[in-house]
Design a protein around this ligand. Structure first.
Ligand code: 0GY
Length: 313
């Protein structure tokens, strides 16, 4: 892949870890037609400036670099999720969709002021969802009535809502999430504290949340973000992220038709360890152990949600 660059107009957040430009070739061959259902683009800042209200300033991570990674890892398609550093300015994400030859769909961030014509333009570009972010270090507070109004407006377009929150906040958010009229996709399993037990009360609540809401899906992504035991030792990828494994396996096995997987490239806000995306792919067969589960996780489920017009799943 091309080397990492930063746009000179923007000063990166101190300590920012750039994405890893030399990913290994995964040993696990993903099924034909696999979708990387959670990834981002950053800028490039010169072309698509970062939002004034952003909480971090990243390096650049362009659509061409994302598509090169897709091909390198053996994936067929991407779902590009609007990153918070771009606020509600979806131009960089939309530009990636429009240059993907139909191989990328998107999740946008929108405000209540968006017009119907603007929503339709996002749909025509390939957007199929909006993201509501409740992680306080990433975004300012948005009133719940504004979010509900947005959810009601995007529902008729067949879109869904992606929610990002931390496990400790689920009790307080439960009623609001229950009121969402659309399919709801949870980022990174609702960010459990993986130093706790996967069968303990905190994750049991998330499990119950999925069981009681048939419209809720989960991304079983980001072991590198959730792990407290840290990255694999060099050459020891078979033992990567053992603390995250029981959490992800449990969700995949209990809800095989409502799970998605993504790289999370270019991995915003990692402070200690930038993963090799090839090794992240090699983690997949450990959380989805059979070809049937892998096919659902990587192909059937994301195709049903993002490309229903050609989905066979
Ligand atoms: C993720 C996670 C994070 C950031 C963002 O849009 C974003 O800035 O999503 C995070 O910092 O936890 O899904 O990429």
């Amino acid at each position: 892949m091309e080397p990492v660059t930063s746009t000179t107009d923007f000063v990166k957040t101190p300590g920012w870890l750039d994405w890893y430009a030399g990913p290994s070739k995964p040993r696990f061959q993903v099924p034909a037609g696999s979708v990387d259902a959670h990834c981002h683009v950053f800028g490039p800042g010169q072309q698509f400036p970062f939002a004034p209200e952003r909480k971090y300033t990243p390096c650049d991570a362009s659509k061409a670099q994302l598509f090169a990674l897709r091909d390198h890892l053996g994936f067929a398609r991407n779902v590009v999720v609007q990153a918070t550093c771009h606020g509600a300015d979806n131009r960089a994400m939309v530009d990636a969709l429009l240059h993907s030859e139909g191989r990328a769909r998107g999740v946008a961030t929108v405000k209540r002021s968006i017009s119907d014509a603007e929503l339709q333009a996002l749909h025509d570009a390939g957007v199929r969802g909006v993201r509501f972010n409740f992680v306080k270090r990433l975004v300012d507070f948005t009133p719940r009535d504004e979010l509900l109004e947005i959810a009601r407006r995007i529902h008729p377009l067949g879109w869904h809502v992606v929610i990002y929150f931390e496990a400790v906040d689920l009790p307080e958010l439960w009623d609001f999430f229950s009121a969402l009229p659309t399919t709801v996709v949870v980022d990174h399993m609702g960010r459990p504290d993986v130093s706790l037990q996967a069968d303990g009360p905190q994750f049991a609540l998330f499990d119950r949340f999925m069981r009681e809401h048939q419209n809720v899906w989960s991304k079983v992504s980001c072991p590198e973000r959730l792990s407290v035991t840290g990255p694999p030792a060099l050459g020891g990828e078979q033992h990567a992220y053992p603390d995250v494994l029981p959490f992800a396996r449990r969700i995949v096995e209990q809800f095989p038709d409502r799970v998605l997987w993504g790289t999370d490239w270019p991995h915003p806000n990692l402070k200690h360890h930038m993963p090799d995306d090839g090794l992240l792919v090699d983690f997949i067969p450990r959380i989805a152990a059979t070809p049937d589960l892998q096919q659902k996780l990587l192909v059937d489920n994301p195709m049903r949600l993002y490309w229903p017009e050609i989905s066979k799943g």
